[in-house]
Write a protein that binds this ligand. Structure first.
Ligand code: ADP
Length: 257
């Protein structure tokens, strides 16, 4: 996403937001939230006015990732996003009790997502990154139907099963005419002190899936212990360890969008 993005879509209920990118994954635990949050910080670092919406109703992680606790304030009937690491951030986890949301049915999920997009005072943004719930469900449909999405980024791990996950994600967004901006293969390998790579979760599955589906492949993110450590400290990696190889890998991905 450059100042002049390749794809620019005006939106009605998000009038000042130039690009909306949904980050999705076939299942949980693949690093979708970690990557979404770090991409947002990388965009902000590049001087883009950036927002991050954690719409993962079932397992909101932004409060932990960004160390956010405060109850958001209201101004003129709109929710004021919190500001952290140069990013305007809002999480469903700051607004509802995640344990209660677990029992929500489709229409409630869809209503909540609609509200998160429309009732938050995002102001003028170059890009809004949306961390979506794992899988392909009601939240994704709502986002797609809102006609606000510039495109979707799909995060996957390398194993063979990933193929099915990537295919489902690509199919869902394509059905509703949302462009796939790219696929990211996370936890691609673990590098030993001597530089040898261990492919703990298989090798290249997400990259192959992307090729088979004719979707752009954005790159690999290896297993970086500092990526997990940073999350535990309540600061995204790029802020916690700006000079690490992991931070460089994330910046690289952000520059491809
Ligand atoms: P998801 O949003 O897909 O459920 P998370 O972003 O919450 O996944 O990541 C799951 C766990 O894996 C977290 O503890 C996170 O810190 C860790 N993690 C994600 N990507 C990496 C990586 N490349 N290297 C090391 N740990 C990672």
């Amino acid at each position: 996403v450059r100042k002049r993005a390749r794809i620019d879509k005006a939106s009605d209920s998000l009038p000042g937001v130039r690009n909306v990118i949904a980050v999705a994954s076939g299942k949980g635990g693949v690093g979708k939230s970690t990557i979404a949050a770090n991409l947002a910080v990388a965009f902000a670092e590049r001087g883009l006015a950036t927002g991050l919406l954690d719409a993962d109703i079932y397992g909101p992680s932004l409060p932990t990732l960004f160390g956010l606790k405060a109850r958001p304030a209201l101004r003129d009937g709109k929710i004021v996003p919190l500001e952290a690491f140069g990013v305007k951030a809002m999480s469903i986890g700051l607004l509802v009790d995640p344990d209660k949301a677990l029992a929500w049915r489709g229409p409630m999920v869809m209503g909540a997502v609609r509200q998160l997009m429309g009732d938050v005072d995002w102001g003028a943004l170059d890009v809004l990154v949306i961390d979506t719930p794992p899988g392909t469900g009601d939240a994704h449909l709502t986002l797609a139907q809102s006609k606000k999405l510039t495109g979707a980024v799909i995060v996957s791990t390398p194993q063979e099963l990933a193929l099915a996950d990537v295919r489902r994600g690509v199919a869902l967004f394509r059905t509703v005419n949302v462009p796939i901006l790219g696929v990211i293969e996370n936890m691609a390998w673990l590098e030993g002190p001597d530089g040898t790579r261990s492919y703990l979760f298989g090798r290249g599955g997400a990259e192959r899936s992307a090729r088979e589906l004719d979707a752009p492949f954005l790159g690999f993110v290896p297993i970086f212990p500092e990526l997990r450590e940073a999350s535990d400290t309540g600061a995204p990696l790029i802020a916690h360890a700006p000079d690490s190889p992991a931070a460089a890998a994330i910046r690289d991905l952000a520059d491809k969008l």
